[in-house]
Design a binder for this molecule. Structure first.
Ligand code: DGL
Length: 256
């Protein structure tokens, strides 16, 4: 178990933004990444469906011998992490929109949150935003269609920017100074976001925080890999093309 891999899952390639931070922080750990791209996007699915996908992904990763599971998807975390923690003994790390640092540091008193409908309508997101944002204003947008575009390998260009403007312009008009990326796919399009946003707006994602929390839990549970060797394997249950686009050339990608 100690030498087992870290399991990471997402509805597609978004979780690679989390994988990158975890691999940077803990290069000695093996990682198994699961892209459930057959069922992507999760963002417009019901809570029950999202819970079922999370359960299936968790079972699959546990069968592969994973010692800890990182739910590298805001939609899956906000709709199923309590259920997962209550159902399995294995430690879980989730990812949630980084509202707290944005709320603590905003000067204008207005922050933007770009996340999926599934995340924005979840109880967990609403509890967190009520806890941290009673004094400030949140402008939300559900980024409809963005995950599909990103899964098709579109990270820049006119079509994407036009779409982003629809989500971001109302936030700019409301004078946000922080934009919280509440979906792990969105850091992949941060270049396009920067082009649209005024210079004073800072973009926040949760990647580094999730990697630090994963390391903390691995240490706490005495699960540090004792082997000299480590490797990362990336699995998906539909086309491999999106993973090929975001990973280094020699990465091990398997279709299941
Ligand atoms: N990466 C997932 C998230 O963080 C995308 C959700 C989706 O598949 O719509 O929410």
């Amino acid at each position: 178990m100690i030498n087992g891999p870290i399991g990471i899952f997402d509805s597609g390639i978004g979780g690679i933004t989390i994988y990158n931070e975890i691999n940077k922080l803990m290069p000695n750990e093996s990682i198994i990444y699961l892209s459930d791209n057959l069922n992507s996007p999760y963002g417009n699915k019901s809570k029950e469906e999202i819970k079922n996908f999370s359960t299936k992904n968790t079972n699959w990763l546990i069968e592969k011998g994973c010692k800890i599971i990182v739910v590298a998807c805001n939609t899956a975390t906000t709709n199923s992490i309590d259920y997962l923690r209550n159902t399995y003994k294995i430690p879980f790390v989730g990812v949630e929109p980084a509202i707290k640092p944005a709320a603590n540091n905003t000067k204008t008193g207005v922050i933007g949150v770009l996340a999926t409908k599934g995340t924005l309508t979840s109880n967990l997101f609403n509890i967190t935003s009520n806890d941290y944002c009673s004094e400030i204003k949140i402008i939300e947008s559900d980024g409809k269609g963005l995950v599909e575009l990103i899964e098709n390998g579109i990270f820049s260009g006119e079509k994407l920017e036009k779409m982003l403007k629809l989500f971001i312009d109302p936030m700019i008009s409301a004078n946000i100074d922080y934009l919280v990326l509440g979906c792990t796919h969105y850091p992949l399009i941060s270049k396009s976001l920067k082009k649209i946003l005024p210079r004073n707006v800072k973009i926040l994602d949760s990647g580094i925080a999730v990697a630090k929390q994963t390391k903390f839990l691995i240490n706490k549970n005495k699960l540090v890999n004792q082997n000299d060797k480590s490797e990362s394997i990336f699995y998906c249950n539909s086309t491999t093309s999106a993973l090929e686009k975001v990973l280094e050339k020699n990465s091990i990608i398997e279709k299941i």
